[in-house]
Design a protein around this ligand. Structure first.
Ligand code: FES
Length: 229
C-alpha cells in the first residue's frame, strides 16, 4: 500500500512548501475532469491530511513526542489552536446566492450589496439569515435550515462549497485546496469551517468565480464513488 508521501510523489523528508506544491499538482492530475477519478482525487486529499496530521512515515500518525514532523495544521491566517477558546456561542449568518447578482446588476464588492438584497424581495433560498451553532460548519447549518447549498467532497478538496465572506470572519484550516490569494480575498469553504464572529454576511454559490471554476468537481462523481465504497 502506498504511503501518503508516495501518493503525493514526494520524499518523506520533504518540507512544507514541497508538500504543498506536490499536493496542488496531484490534485490537478487526479481531478476527474483531467483524466483522474473521484477515488484518486480523494486518496490524494486523504494523503495530504495524513501528512498534515503528523504522519510519521512508518504507517501511522506520530505521537508528537520529539517528532521532527509535528502536526502541520494551522489556519491560513497563521492562527493556531489557541484561538479555539474564543469561539462564539452561536452566530447569525446573512446569506445571498451568487446566482442572483447578475440578474440584478450587482457585484460582490458593492458596498450596499446586502441592503439591496434585503429590499429586493428575493426568494428565501436566495437571501435570508441562518443560525450557526458553535463548531458547526456553515454548510451543515444551511442544510439544517432546509437549504441545498452546493458541495461535492465535503472535505476541502474542491471548490464547490465556496462562499465569499463579505462581513465578519470565518475560520479557515490551511488543509484545503484554495489558493492563498483567494483566501486573502475572503473566499472560504462552507463544508469545513464555521463563523468566528457573532454575525457574518456571506455570498454562497461562488464556485463559478475565476480561479475557483477549475477547482470544482462534479458532485455526481463523488456520489457514484460513495455508492461503490
Ligand atoms: S465540498 Fe469540496 S471542499 Fe467543500
Amino acid at each position: 500500500m502506498e504511503s501518503p508521501f508516495e501518493i503525493l510523489g514526494v520524499d518523506s523528508d520533504a518540507d512544507d512548501a514541497e508538500i504543498e506544491r506536490a499536493y496542488r499538482r496531484r490534485v490537478k492530475e487526479s481531478h476527474p475532469d483531467h483524466g483522474g477519478s473521484a477515488e484518486e482525487f480523494q486518496a490524494v486529499y486523504a494523503a495530504y491530511r495524513e501528512i498534515l496530521n503528523g504522519y510519521d512515515g512508518e504507517g501511522g500518525a506520530d505521537d508528537g513526542e520529539g517528532a521532527d514532523r509535528p502536526s502541520r495544521r494551522g489556519d491560513a491566517n497563521g492562527r493556531g489552536d489557541e484561538d479555539d477558546e474564543d469561539e462564539p456561542e452561536e452566530s447569525r449568518v446573512e446569506f445571498l446566492n451568487y446566482e442572483v447578482l447578475d440578474d440584478h446588476g450587482w457585484a460582490l464588492d458593492d458596498d450596499d450589496l446586502f441592503e439591496k438584497a434585503s429590499a429586493a424581495g428575493l426568494d428565501p433560498a436566495d437571501y435570508g439569515e441562518i443560525p450557526v451553532e458553535p463548531n458547526q460548519s456553515l454548510l451543515e447549518a444551511a442544510e439544517d435550515q432546509g437549504f441545498a447549498w452546493p458541495y461535492a467532497c465535503r472535505g476541502g478538496a474542491c471548490a464547490n462549497c465556496a462562499v465569499a465572506v463579505i462581513e465578519g470572519e470565518m475560520e479557515m484550516d490551511s488543509s484545503n485546496i484554495l489558493p492563498s490569494e483567494m483566501i486573502a480575498d475572503g473566499i472560504r469553504l462552507s463544508c469545513l469551517n464555521a463563523p468566528i464572529t457573532d454575525e457574518m454576511k456571506v455570498v454562497y454559490n461562488v464556485k463559478h468565480l475565476p480561479n475557483l471554476d477549475e477547482l470544482k468537481l462534479p458532485p455526481d462523481r463523488f456520489e457514484r464513488a460513495h455508492l461503490n465504497d
